[in-house]
Design a protein around this ligand. Structure first.
Ligand code: FES
Length: 172
């Protein structure tokens, strides 16, 4: 486990990711504006942002690693080598409309079925469950965002179908 974390922490940008980042940079008016998109790109590719990647992003943008790290830690969106993102990322809306229509019960149900708590990833690395604020789909509450796709009018049955399709090992 410690070895796996150390391995992930040492993993940085490969040539392809570096090329992609360089292609992105001219779109932003200054280096600071490019930090967040650069972090997103790395996070999407690796499932976390490593200290090595932070150093490399800083070097590419001419900033200090501390500046890049500050931006990263300000948002609670990014996972770290000790807590990498699962294969599937589930955001459960906990804002008012979804909450009133059973969103919190569904969150509890989903987590219980997966054997994890909100914010955690299943031990097999398949699914990460997180909170989200309003997903902009209040008319279809309760809503969830799963792997970037909005799922409306969620029910326990729909959750059961999803869990089956993910084939999570050890889920109930
Ligand atoms: S409150 Fe959940 S989508 Fe708006």
């Amino acid at each position: 486990m410690a070895n796996a974390v150390a391995e992930r922490a040492a993993r940085g940008l490969d040539d392809e990711l570096r090329r992609e980042l360089k292609r992105y940079l001219p779109r932003y008016e200054n280096a600071r504006a490019a930090v967040l998109p650069a972090l997103h790109l790395v996070h999407e590719k690796l499932g976390y942002v490593s200290p090595k990647a932070i150093e490399q992003i800083a070097e590419l943008l001419g900033l200090s690693p501390g500046e890049v790290h500050d931006t990263m830690s300000f948002y609670q969106f990014f996972h770290t080598p000790a807590d990498p993102l699962g294969e599937h990322r589930v955001f459960v809306c906990r804002s008012i409309a979804c909450s009133l229509r059973g969103g919190e019960n569904l969150l509890e149900y989903l987590c219980r079925q997966l054997g994890i708590r909100p914010g955690q990833t299943t031990p097999d690395g398949k699914v990460t469950v997180e909170f989200a604020e309003c997903l902009g789909a209040c008319d279809f509450a309760p809503s969830m965002l799963i792997d970037g796709v909005l799922h409306k009018d969620m029910t326990k049955e729909k959750i059961d179908d999803l869990i089956r399709s993910w084939a999570v090992r050890g889920s109930q």
